[in-house]
Design a protein around this ligand. Structure first.
Ligand code: ADP
Ligand code: MG
Length: 250
């Protein structure tokens, strides 16, 4: 059996496999995430990185293995139940409401919101507004609360989507390539944002930009052909000959 019998992990993935018509996109994966840990998964295209997030959030069903979040099993739960359990996931393309303001986008994401219409009819109370302001400040959009989301820059849209997840206060936040398409300045600001966000929760990020990874990662895991090639701190992983050969050397 596995030596990780510690029950304090936010996430414990054991022997996780998903097979698409016989092709194992994720192959017997064992992966652990601590509280307050910001862990980055890197690896070549097709390594299975996005599939790992799909498995955790319930979008893809595992062929075998276990995914425990705060000691309860996620495999078999619906995507909605997994969100309610405290897992937030940001996809590569932001899914914000372009015609609503920043404030309204955050408001509809507030946990008591009942869909777009229900939330807009729901009377704004001070508790909700305070939370919206707190999150808007964190995602650097406090000055843009009344701006229509469609008018934001690409980077600001990404931050807004992060805010829409944060307002639900997830214990695990997962982000797939959050700085793709961002300017240098926006990348720096996003690194600061993620460092702050990881205080008090676990964060799992997929990213290609190694400079960005170096700024944020507490731990790095390199995935290759659905399996872990290396795991550890940035320096260890960067100097691993297997990693240089299949990924960093290119
Ligand atoms: P990465 O995010 O590391 O680039 P992915 O997780 O998106 O890689 O994909 C890993 C492999 O699994 C790829 O070969 C991809 O084509 C395949 N794959 C992913 N999702 C599916 C699916 N739903 N059905 C069939 N094959 C899939
Ligand atoms: Mg991917």
């Amino acid at each position: 059996m596995n030596m990780h019998t510690n029950t304090d992990f936010t996430l414990s993935i054991e022997d996780l496999t998903v097979s698409f018509d016989g092709f194992k996109a994720v192959d017997n994966l064992n992966f652990y995430l601590d509280k307050n840990e910001l862990h980055v998964i890197i690896g070549p295209n097709g390594a299975g990185k996005t599939t790992v997030l799909d498995l955790i959030c319930g979008k893809t069903k595992a062929t075998s293995g276990s995914i425990k979040f705060l000691n309860s099993e996620l495999t078999g739960l619906s995507e909605h139940a997994i969100v309610r359990a405290g897992v937030g996931r940001k996809f590569q393309t932001p899914s914000i409401y372009e015609n609503l303001t920043v404030l309204e986008n955050l408001e509809v994401s507030y946990p008591h919101g009942r869909g777009v219409l229900g939330s807009l009819l729901f009377k704004r109370n001070k508790k909700v507004l305070d939370k919206i302001h707190e999150i808007a400040k964190e995602i650097m959009l406090e000055q843009a609360l009344d701006t229509e989301a469609g008018l934001l820059s690409h980077g600001q849209k990404q931050w807004l989507e992060i805010g829409m997840l944060l307002i639900q206060d997830p214990q695990l936040l997962m982000l797939d390539e959050p700085v793709a398409g961002m300017s240098v300045k926006e990348r720096e600001q996003t690194a600061k944002l993620l460092n702050k966000i990881s205080q008090g929760r676990s964060v799992l990020v997929i990213e290609h930009d190694m400079e960005f990874v170096a700024r944020i990662a507490h731990k790095v895991t390199v995935l290759h052909q659905g399996k872990i090639l290396a795991t550890g701190d940035m320096e260890k992983v960067q100097n691993d000959p297997k990693v240089i050969e299949v990924y960093l050397g290119h």
